[in-house]
Design a protein around this ligand. Structure first.
Ligand code: TXA
Ligand code: MG
Length: 321
């Protein structure tokens, strides 16, 4: 049986599983989350594989409290006042990633899909709080459903999509709708996703109305570049499906047959493992981007996580032209 009661003993057990890189499901007051150690690249890659999403969307990182959140992200005065007034609750704040070490060690770049920002949430559900206290690391967790399915609001829903996933049963989610997401990347916070915390309550804290920047509104995003980076875009130009490497290029390789390269070569997975490749994708790109102006990228098989890797590479290549 993979659905277990949320006893103190089971919470300890789940914390151990998370520490050893496993994915588990846990309750929050909004929906059940599919959680892993946010700092474990391969565990984060597994989330995308489990959900079966053809894209890497940035994930919400769950933390115990504002103090832990402030180790990972940079809080403007307004972001801090929202957090102080409303955490723990169904509120996610997108803030710039801190450039200090903890942010990079404790949250995989893959968890934020390579973006220099982080979505942070302090859930109120006592089981989520106990799990976060037991495990100590931040938990990267999207809703615990397969891509395209409804978000689970009870443990039995999780079991429908993931019959073998260890799931802590915390009863029925009291709110039943995802958290409200506020972008705090600029002076003025913006509403990115409506959710179960009423935006009016947040506006009351701020003392004024929030403007709404729908997360899927690509037109608004283009009109307001920099307002919210949607996708990781390297400075260096990317040349995809490269079979050979030119003199001025660094190489992002995959598999054992990498062509020779005079400049820096980083291999996503010498064994050709797509989970390992996904885990390394953004950190390798960042490293190559700091040393080269052009990056040749070997072909990646377009199956399983390879489709999500190719999706990101294509967007990054288009952005860098
Ligand atoms: O209630 C919830 O929010 C649930 C529970 C489990 O916490 N989680 C959830 O996660 O709904 P998910 O993965 O289904 O939604 C995450 C949303 C995505 O739509 C993504 O675009 C946004 O958060 N997001 C995450 N990181 C972001 C970032 N750095 N910038 C902008 N949006 C971000
Ligand atoms: Mg979801």
């Amino acid at each position: 049986m993979s659905v277990l009661p949320a006893s103190a003993e089971n919470i300890e057990k789940f914390a151990d599983m998370i520490s050893s890189g496993e994915a588990v499901a846990f309750p929050t007051e909004t929906v059940y989350g599919l959680g892993v150690d946010a700092g474990n690249d391969e565990a984060v890659a597994k989330i995308f594989e489990l959900k079966g999403r053809p894209q890497f969307n940035p994930l919400i990182v769950h933390v115990r409290d504002l103090a832990q959140a402030e180790r990972l992200g940079v809080f403007s005065p307004l972001a801090r006042s929202l957090a102080k007034a409303h955490w723990p609750d169904a509120l996610t704040l997108v803030v710039p990633r801190s450039s200090d070490n903890p942010s990079h060690n404790e949250v995989s770049l893959l968890a934020s899909a390579g973006l220099p920002s982080l979505a942070l949430r302090v859930p109120a559900h006592p089981v989520a709080q106990e799990l976060l206290a037991a495990v100590q690391c931040p938990l990267a967790a999207p809703s615990a459903n397969k891509s395209g399915h409804l978000s689970p609001t009870q443990a039995a829903h999780v079991a429908k999509d993931f019959p073998n996933l260890p799931t802590l049963d915390g009863g029925v989610c009291s709110k039943g709708l995802e958290s409200t997401i506020i972008g705090c990347l600029e002076d003025e916070p913006v509403l990115l996703r409506r959710g179960s915390l009423d935006a009016a309550a947040l506006e009351e804290t701020l003392g004024h109305k929030l403007s709404y920047l729908a997360e899927d509104d690509s037109q608004t995003a283009q009109l307001a570049p920099g307002r919210l980076a949607r996708h990781y875009a390297p400075q260096a130009g990317l040349r995809l499906n490269a079979e050979t490497v030119e003199q001025d290029e660094a190489l992002l390789a995959f598999g054992k047959d990498a062509p020779s390269c005079e400049n820096l070569c980083l291999n996503l997975s010498p064994l050709g493992n797509l989970i390992e490749a996904a885990a390394n994708l953004f950190s390798h790109l960042h490293e190559l981007d700091t040393t080269a102006t052009r990056i040749a990228v070997m072909p990646i098989p377009n199956e399983g996580l390879g489709a999500a890797i190719n999706d990101r590479l294509e967007r990054a290549a288009a952005a860098s032209k």
